[in-house]
Ligand binder design. Structure first.
Ligand code: HEM
Ligand SMILES: *[C@@H]1O[C@H](CO)[C@@H](O)[C@H](O)[C@H]1NC(C)=O
Length: 609
């Protein structure tokens, strides 16, 4: 059978849905002619066949609106205020959102609407209902209080399916519970072995940086730190580091020596070594899925004939499969030996050894290759870019605020010293470091926008009166980005970078009474599994960075001017007017063109203090 592409399937399904009405009209005309002897002219039949589609849509929409409004009234609720578009079906709203994602400042597309209509609004693109919110009380309802009623929707799952299958990040209900219970024990302990691993990779990364700075070049910190998190993640997840730090770093845009890494990204797979091909293909598959997430339910139209992620996933699988098979063989051998010795074979799943990888842990629980494959890739996706992005913006903000950098560096030198490897206990005690990380996550949350879909109808809190009614199967999008920057929740200096807000009286004033205003890691039963891991990894890297370097300068001249923030941003209030680079969001936040910086090596190292 011919295999249809994702777009072709969507169009076909659409035609089958609306196509039956013109067929119905034509059949009716035929029957009237045949049995009642009516003669209906062909033009009238055609007109009827055409007119019936908008008529049916119009009727269906009317009925739906009527049902929704009367269901709301019955429950003593109202419908959230509407963001009204100007075009047919409010398509201008869809356009505005997409345009905002491509070229705008994150969150701009909705900020006027939030100030005009309140923190929870409704929009009806193509007559469908959608909710958008930045209200912590509403977010608390969908993530925690009424967790059961709000799932990752089918649309999101469809977008991610080829990349994530049914792993923890992409499943609902019992399937999700099963995945979560399988992976959670692995994250429940802080394992010292991670520190050894971070240390090795951080050391490689810092040496590469020093080398470039000594040669007089700026570096793209976003690129560098993404390699650090990829190498660390692949090693701790499946015990096979992809060594992306071994490839050469990119050079500034106007340097004649162009980046061999960029060339590798473009060249055919056969010329690369398997690990590098894996890293490149995984990133490419992620980009395909991020594109899909931007266009929403109609994403298959971007991929009419074939699924764009499949070719990349074949490369990913070619690398991963032998690793998974080897882990299963090792397990079989171990069981065989234990049986021969008469030892018990049913190892305790909670019993995790110090040096165990996630994969070692998973093979104790299942021998299903697909489950293993999906699970490790889910966690790679969840953990890699998020951590890299946060470190990137942490460095960005430290460069813009040398006073904060100096104070943090003092804490590093006092608590850890100029050269010593940081320990878990050191990191726990460094309150200012944690405040710096939190303040970065507040202003630049790695996952700025997210969505849940209602299972059944429900009610959402409304600060100004009757609750808002949500029909079944309606998307509730939430903007952590907007919530994290609102004066209403954070006070008059909400747009300012000030780590002290996590340490001084402002904590008691804003955060303690209303903890849902700060949600970089989500909340409720689906809260990030890797939160502790992420704090450790990021703290570790920042400490080593400040042990080696004492000053950071932004180098916007290193990227092509077309990637810099548009001139008109400069006059905008708040953070937008201050940006030196261009933040963008796909699944996670990132910087267009990279985060180019120069750093000064610390005196302590040179004098051997
Ligand atoms: C700064 C770093 C990180 C941030 C800001 C972050 C943020 C988040 C957020 C917002 C979610 C919720 C996504 C959703 O349900 O829609 C999430 C889920 C998750 N995160 Fe993280 N994350 C970070 C690092 C990590 C790391 C390092 C790992 C693993 C090593 C990890 C593993 C996971 C997993 C497995 C989930 C899915 C949990 C579930 O659905 O039950 N994350 N993270
Ligand atoms: C940082 O935020 C986390 C929540 O994600 C919180 O547990 C911690 O206390 C905060 N630390 C500081 C110093 O602000």
């Amino acid at each position: 059978m011919m295999k249809l592409g994702p777009g072709e399937r969507l169009v076909l399904r659409g035609l089958l849905t609306v196509g039956k009405y013109p067929v119905l009209v034509a059949s009716a005309a035929y029957l009237l002619n045949r049995y009642a002897g009516w003669i209906i002219p062909a033009w009238a039949v055609c007109l009827g066949a055409l007119a019936i589609i908008p008529l049916v849509v119009f009727m269906a929409v009317r009925i739906r609106y009527w049902q929704v409004f009367s269901a709301a009234a019955r429950r003593g609720a109202i419908i959230a205020p509407q963001w009204r578009g100007r075009w047919l079906g409010n398509l201008d709203i869809l356009y505005l959102v997409l345009e905002g994602f491509r070229n705008g400042y994150p969150g701009d597309f909705s900020s006027d609407m939030f100030s005009e209509l309140g923190p929870t609004i409704r929009f009806n693109v193509l007559w469908d209902f959608g909710i958008l919110t930045c209200d912590p009380a509403v977010i608390k309802t969908i993530l925690a209080t009424e967790f059961q009623n709000y799932e990752k929707g089918e649309v999101f799952q469809g977008q991610m399916k080829t990349l994530l299958g049914t792993g923890v990040f992409n499943s609902n209900g019992d399937m999700w519970k099963w995945h979560r219970s399988m992976t959670r024990p692995f994250f429940s302990k802080d394992r010292i072995s991670h520190f050894e691993l971070f240390d090795r990779h951080a050391e490689v990364a810092l040496n590469k940086m020093s080398e470039r700075f000594r040669a007089g070049y700026a570096i793209d910190f976003q690129d560098l730190v993404s390699r650090f998190t990829l190498d660390s993640a692949t090693e701790f997840l499946f015990g096979a580091c992809v060594h992306s730090l071994r490839s050469m770093l990119p050079f500034p845009h106007n340097t004649s020596t162009s980046s061999p890494f960029a060339a590798v990204t473009m060249s055919p797979v056969s010329e690369q070594d398997a690990a590098e091909a894996f890293a490149t293909a995984f990133t490419a598959a992620e980009h395909v899925c991020a594109e899909r997430a931007m266009v929403g339910a109609i994403w298959p139209l971007l991929e009419m004939r074939k699924d764009k992620s499949l070719a990349h996933m074949r490369v990913v699988d070619r690398y991963l499969r032998p690793i998974l098979e080897e882990a299963l063989r090792k397990k079989a051998r171990r069981e065989h030996v234990e049986k021969a010795r008469g030892m018990k074979t049913d190892e305790e799943a909670d019993d995790i050894e110090e040096s165990e990888t996630l994969l070692d842990h998973l093979v104790k629980l299942t021998s299903d290759l697909t489950v293993l494959h999906d699970e490790v890739l889910n966690i790679l996706l969840a953990g890699r870019d998020t951590t890299a992005t946060t470190l990137t913006f942490a460095v960005y903000l430290l460069a813009m605020h040398p006073d904060v950098l100096q104070r943090l560096r003092t804490e590093v030198l006092e608590k850890v010293g100029p050269k010593q490897r940081p320990t878990y206990a050191d990191i726990k005690e460094m309150r200012y470091l944690r405040a710096v990380i939190n303040e970065t996550l507040r202003l630049y949350p790695a996952v700025p926008f997210n969505i849940r879909v209602s299972v059944n109808e429900g009610l959402l809190p409304n600060p100004d009166g009757k609750p808002f009614y949500v029909p079944a199967k309606v998307g509730v999008s939430y903007s952590v980005w907007a919530m994290h920057r609102r004066e209403e929740y954070w006070g008059p200096d909400a747009q300012e970078y000030d780590p002290d807000r996590f340490l001084d009286e402002r904590v008691n004033k804003y955060l303690t009474p209303n903890p849902f205003i700060f949600l970089p890691f989500n909340a409720g039963p689906r809260i990030c599994l890797g939160q502790q891991f992420a704090y450790n990894e990021m703290s570790f890297f920042l400490i080593k960075l400040l042990q080696r370097f004492s000053a950071i300068d932004l180098a916007p001249e290193a990227i092509s001017p077309s990637m810099l923030p548009p001139k008109e941003w400069a006059s905008a209030p708040g953070r937008k007017g201050k940006e030196k680079f261009t933040p963008k969001s796909h699944l996670t936040l990132y910087v267009t063109g990279g985060m180019w910086v120069r750093m000064t090596e610390a005196e302590e190292l040179n004098t051997g203090l």
